[in-house]
Design a protein. Structure first.
Length: 128
């Protein structure tokens, strides 16, 4: 049997019934302060996103600093990373984190083979 998701002793349904400011009381101090400072932005984002969901349009945003709240759980949000929108499926474990944490802005370095002149064996070939 799968264990039900809880956050600080509350189920997801109980958290979704809370207001954004009431949910902030369950967060750790740093994320609580940021949610309380930007609760209007979060509520506006939720309202705009619900309208898009009703029209079956994808949710895309440049707001990487918006904290994840329980009303967003289950949504697929396209978070901008500087060049494109990275699809992010919001889960319960993301509560309190920011959207930008899940859309990385820098690519991993992919090293290829060494170029001519990069090693001692190919140095003589580079001088010709």
């Amino acid at each position: 049997m799968a264990k039900d998701f809880t956050y600080r002793g509350k189920t997801l349904e109980e958290l979704q019934a809370l207001d954004v400011r009431e949910f902030a009381k369950f967060l750790k101090s740093r994320s609580r302060r940021s949610v309380l400072r930007q609760f209007r932005d979060i509520e506006d984002f939720i309202a705009r996103s619900k309208k898009k969901l009703e029209k079956k349009k994808p949710i895309k945003t440049h707001l990487r600093n918006i904290a994840v709240v329980p009303q967003m759980v289950g949504w697929k949000i396209g978070v901008h990373n500087g060049s494109g929108f990275i699809p992010v499926e919001v889960t319960g474990e993301m509560l309190g984190h920011r959207l930008g944490e899940f859309a990385l802005t820098r690519n991993r370095v992919k090293h290829g083979s060494a170029g001519v002149g990069a090693t001692k064996g190919t140095r003589s070939k580079a001088k010709k």
